[in-house]
Design a protein. Structure first.
Length: 192
């Protein structure tokens, strides 16, 4: 008598394979692109008048060379000190003539406030590491955000990040503008 070979139900296997595929798709993480949250400035209107010149006093030069050395206003510095130096330059509490100048302006919802004319000029060498570039960017943004927090607390009794009213957010941004000018990376120093 011949032996009968039992058939395997392939439909159940297909169902199990499909369920396993769905399980792995749901439980695995997908890489999400991340980067700096920066808004590019709008294109320059060719018919618009040129912006007023920026005085040397109002420019805070931050330079990172190909060896990841940080130079702030021509002096070697550390990333850990950059936030404090940036805040001191922009706030200029003692009206030091070597730091940024201020102007008085009326800001909606805040009244008359002092606004720094300071512009941060960030320059990188082509050989600057990505980690150093991001560290410097983070410190500059953190300095401006801390100033915004202080201004927001003074006028609205809340941190800038806690504001929900768009008019108040706009007012703080107008009082403390994020003016960071990034030059195209170039070869700053000698090669290794």
């Amino acid at each position: 008598m011949a032996r009968m070979n039992p058939e395997i139900n392939a439909g159940s296997m297909a169902d199990i394979a499909f369920l396993l595929l769905i399980f792995f798709l749901v439980t695995t993480t997908m890489d999400v692109d991340s980067g700096l949250i920066r808004m590019l400035p709008p294109p320059i209107d060719p018919n618009a008048p040129p912006p007023p010149p920026v005085r040397e006093r109002d420019v805070f030069v931050v330079l990172v060379d190909q060896f990841d050395r940080l130079l702030v206003e021509g002096q070697i510095s550390r990333v850990e000190d950059l936030r404090r130096q940036t805040k001191e330059f922009l706030l200029n509490p003692n009206n030091d003539p070597s730091l940024s100048d201020k102007r008085i302006a009326f800001v909606e919802n805040m009244g008359e406030v002092e606004i720094s004319r300071g512009v941060i000029s960030l320059q990188n060498d082509r050989g600057t590491s990505y980690e150093m570039y991001i560290s410097v960017q983070n410190e500059l943004a953190a300095a401006i955000n801390e100033i915004r927090d202080n201004v927001s607390r003074q006028h609205f009794d809340r941190r800038f990040s806690e504001l929900t009213d768009e008019d108040l957010i706009r007012a703080v941004r107008e009082a403390v503008p994020m003016q960071i000018s990034e030059a195209e990376p170039k070869d700053i120093g000698g090669r290794r």
